[in-house]
Design a protein. Structure first.
Length: 116
């Protein structure tokens, strides 16, 4: 299997079931992804324990990024399926720090994904 997320060496935090690393296609300083160690495409196919491990690392990564970058807000996102924009078929949860003025009008947050 050729999966860049299965063989990451850029780990900034980890636990038994998942790890956090900076996103290769960062949208903002401090953008990280949380990745379960088991190769699963769909977030909803993770076990409850795996989901809990991912959420635990989401909180830990937030603390690390907040200390290093002092963002003004956050976006959290998971793409599930090609129709939702998933391009890597291994679950990963985005934690994207947001900064005042990084876009002209942030109203709507992640809802802006569906704007045409």
């Amino acid at each position: 299997m050729d999966c860049e997320l299965c063989n990451s060496t850029q780990v900034i935090a980890e636990n038994a079931a998942a790890y956090a690393r900076y996103d290769n296609n960062s949208l903002a300083p401090g953008h990280v992804i949380i990745v379960p160690r088991r190769h699963v495409a769909d977030f909803f196919d993770l076990t409850a324990e795996e989901q809990a491990a991912v959420l635990g690392l989401l909180n830990e990564a937030r603390r690390l990024i907040a200390a290093k970058h002092s963002p003004d807000g956050w976006n959290i996102g998971v793409n599930v399926g090609k129709a939702a924009g998933q391009s890597r078929m291994h679950v990963h949860v985005h934690l994207i720090p947001r900064y005042a003025g990084d876009v002209a009008d942030p109203a709507g947050g992640v809802r802006c994904v569906l704007q045409k």
